[in-house]
Design a protein around this ligand. Structure first.
Ligand SMILES: [Ca+2]
Ligand SMILES: [Ca+2]
Ligand SMILES: [Ca+2]
Ligand SMILES: [Ca+2]
Length: 309
């Protein structure tokens, strides 16, 4: 079992390290010998944020333990992750990962992978086209090769009490087949202030971690994927409009972290942390890419434990 599975949330400390402009190369010789192989396994085509890595300190080690290492690498803390931190170095990512992992204060370090939306099959309006929900062979596929949604709907069509985070690109919350199922933050109102005290101003319908703002749908970013996914999750059913989701009623919490060129693992982590903090019990994550991320796995497992409680 990976070691992070047994850690308590309180021990989690991450550092995102990003490139800065100048590096005192003459100090490189003072560095500890890096390990021969990096601790992460990465597909050859994996993309990651240039000059930015995620670092987890050993249990009980204070953030200040990284100060000297950061200074030697001309690094700085850049932004906070849930429980964690951020810093900057002027090193290639692979070298930065090795150098930080060689420090005894660090449990692991990894690239901040860039993630991409999963491929989707566009749907035309109308339930009869949704062969994934009810396959009648309408697309030339196999009749009955579906999720048997009509049978499931005889048991339940979903509930307004179920909050489902759509961690993706943005979601068109004014879409006529979605607007009635969009989550509203009960602790926040649109008044230019952070009523909920979570550091995010007017996160009334979720948050845009890609642009770090409260508009969860940005047409200029091409937020179709998240809108599509949200429709599959919970487009309003039985309303004589468009299509229907798997849930006819639910609350969609848009958490945008994918932009036109993909999204960062560090922002995906913030999104899932927000989801749990704000009552989501399900998250939809239709994206992939990068390499195996310890940061994502750690926060995903943490989210699962918190939801079960
Ligand atoms: Ca807020
Ligand atoms: Ca407010
Ligand atoms: Ca936005
Ligand atoms: Ca509908």
């Amino acid at each position: 079992m990976p070691r992070w599975f047994s850690m308590s949330c309180a021990s989690i400390l991450l550092v995102v390290v990003a490139l800065s402009a100048s590096f005192a190369g003459g100090e490189a010789g003072a560095q500890p010998e890096p390990p021969e192989e990096p601790s992460f396994q990465t597909p050859e085509d994996a993309e990651f944020v240039p000059g930015q890595i995620i670092v987890k300190l050993e249990e009980g080690v204070p953030e200040q333990a990284l100060d000297a290492l950061n200074r030697r690498n001309n690094a700085q803390v850049e932004e906070g992750l849930p429980g964690p931190l951020t810093a900057v170095v002027d090193l290639p990512v692979e070298q930065a990962v090795q150098r930080y992992e060689a420090d005894p204060a660090v449990e692991w370090a990894e690239p901040d992978f860039i993630l991409q939306p999963s491929d989707v099959t566009p749907n035309d309006p109308g339930f009869s086209d949704l062969y994934g929900l009810n396959n009648t062979g309408q697309s030339g596929g196999t009749e009955g090769a579906d999720i048997s949604a009509p049978g499931a709907w005889s048991v339940t069509t979903g509930s307004e009490d179920t909050i489902i985070a759509v961690i993706d690109t943005g979601v068109d919350i004014d879409h006529p087949d979605l607007e009635g199922n969009v989550w509203t933050n009960p602790d926040e109102s649109a008044n230019g202030r952070d009523d909920s005290g979570n550091g995010l101003v007017d996160d009334v319908n979720g948050w845009d971690f890609h642009n770090d703002d409260n508009s969860v749908y940005d047409e200029e970013d091409g937020d179709e994927h998240g809108t599509h996914v949200a429709g599959t999750v919970a487009a309003e059913g039985d309303n004589e409009v468009g299509v229907t989701g798997v849930n006819w009623q639910a609350r969609i919490m848009p958490l945008k972290f994918l932009g036109p060129s993909g999204g960062f693992t560090s922002n995906a982590v913030k999104a899932i942390d927000y989801a749990v903090d704000n009552g989501a019990t399900i998250s939809n994550n239709s994206w992939g890419g990068g390499g195996e991320s310890q940061a994502w796995l750690m926060f995903r497992r943490s989210a699962e434990r918190r939801v079960k409680r």
